[in-house]
Each structure stands twice: as structure tokens, then as C-alpha cells.
Design a protein around this ligand. Structure first.
Ligand SMILES: O=C(O)CCC(=O)C(=O)O
Ligand SMILES: [Mn+2]
Length: 228
């Protein structure tokens, strides 16, 4: 791929994650949403919600036009930079926060609105806000968590678009250690929907991966309930 950024090769296998999930995901039609059942919840994955040309154009545009911020967390009296850049964007009044951080929304910009339109058309759902993450390379990450903050309401649905380097999205059950972890390699231009029943039962993360040298942008569309 040409351009201002390099896409990294697919990551090395991580042996303790369930690799078998990948085979059916990448054999089926990449233009259709495929359902993956996880206990009482489900994921839906569309590997090519945006074709490679669209996805690359969007990646370049968002790298240049998003007001990326380096936020920090305070842990035990120490200021720790979040290991990625981020931007919270949404309808006026959609205040969001996690781990003690309060985020005021940036106003929507055109390319993000266009991505939202596609996500809404494909999912049949409406979203009033999005958290954009920029993983500059494989040293950036997000730790185990669930998107279960009160402002997202009970049992929220999250729709996640990936652009750029292919990173490993890992999931583990919150309580039942006998349930196998799973891992999905999220392709450039993909849409992953975490449907109802996921956030209250499962945690997810994007681990650091030293072999990844290129950037990845992830947009997680959310719905703030009772926004100001
Ligand atoms: O980058 C990803 O795919 C996940 C990001 C995420 O979990 C979050 O922003 O809450
Ligand atoms: Mn999350």
C-alpha cells in the first residue's frame, strides 16, 4: 500500500488465543456482516465495510484532521499518559468519561459523519458519539476493560471501525475462566459490532505488539443516553 503511512504485516500468532475463529471469518463474503455467537451475546463482523481505497483515504484524512490528544490518567498520585492518542467526538452535550477522565465532545467533522452514516446503514443502529483512538505503532494499546460506563446505558451496543495496521482484538469472559478467550484480527476497513450481552459478560483489549510498526485508527461509535 502506498501513502504517508505503512501498513504493518499481520501480527504473529498469540498461542493462548483461540485461532480457529479466524478461518470462517476470512473465508466468508467480506462484504456481509457475519454473526459470531459468544454465549448469550454476539459479535457481528464485516471485514470490508470500507473497501481498501476508501479505508486508506479515510486513514490519511483522519490522521491529518482529527485533533488528537494525549490524555493522562492519575494512578496512585502519578500522572500516566494513556498509551494511545484519542479524541471524543459527538453531538453537543454527549459528555463521556472513564477511569476518572472527563471528555467534552469535539464537534463532528465530515469524514467521521460519513463513516457514521455507513456504520448506521450497515448495523441498523443510531449512534450520537464516537471515541477515536490512534495507536501510533505496536507500543500503543488499550488494557482489559468493558465499555460499561453509566452514560452508555444498560447493556450498550458498540460499533467499531478499524483502519490501518491489523491489530489483535482479544476478548475474555469476566467471570468464567473455563470459557475460551477469543481473538480477532481486525482488518483495514472492517466493522465489528459488539451487540447486547457482551459488555456485561466480557472484557476486551488491544495488547501491545512489538512487531507492528504502522499506525492504526479505531473508531468506536457509542450512544450516550440522556446527553446534556
Ligand atoms: O481499538 C479497538 O479496537 C478497541 C478500542 C476500545 O476498546 C475502546 O476505545 O474502548
Ligand atoms: Mn472498549
Amino acid at each position: 500500500m502506498q501513502g504517508h503511512y505503512a501498513l504493518a504485516p499481520r501480527p504473529d500468532p498469540v498461542s493462548d488465543y483461540k485461532l480457529t475463529m479466524q478461518a470462517p471469518l476470512f473465508q466468508d463474503n467480506p462484504h456481509e456482516l457475519e454473526t459470531i455467537h459468544l454465549g448469550a451475546g454476539q459479535l457481528r463482523l464485516q471485514p470490508q465495510a470500507f473497501n481498501p481505497t476508501e479505508a486508506t483515504d479515510l486513514m490519511r484524512t483522519l490522521l491529518a484532521e482529527i485533533p488528537w490528544r494525549q490524555d493522562s490518567l492519575w494512578i496512585a498520585g502519578r500522572e500516566i499518559p494513556v498509551p494511545r492518542l484519542q479524541c471524543w467526538m459527538g453531538d453537543a452535550g454527549s459528555l463521556y468519561g472513564y477511569s476518572g477522565m472527563r471528555l467534552e465532545p469535539e464537534p463532528w467533522i465530515d469524514p467521521v459523519q460519513r463513516i457514521r452514516d455507513r456504520v448506521q446503514a450497515l448495523s441498523g443502529l443510531q449512534f450520537n458519539s464516537v471515541l477515536l483512538n490512534l495507536y501510533r505503532d505496536g507500543q500503543d494499546s488499550v488494557a482489559w476493560h468493558a465499555d460499561d460506563e453509566a452514560e452508555l446505558g444498560r447493556d450498550p451496543v458498540i460499533a467499531s471501525v478499524s483502519l490501518g495496521a491489523v491489530r489483535s482484538f482479544q476478548m475474555k469472559h469476566r467471570h468464567d475462566k473455563t470459557i475460551e478467550k477469543c481473538r480477532i484480527e481486525l482488518p483495514h476497513g472492517s466493522l465489528l459490532i459488539m451487540d447486547k450481552g457482551i459488555q456485561n459478560k466480557w472484557l476486551h483489549q488491544i495488547p501491545k505488539q512489538k512487531s507492528i510498526t504502522g499506525p492504526r485508527i479505531n473508531l468506536t461509535f457509542r450512544n450516550i443516553v440522556g446527553s446534556r
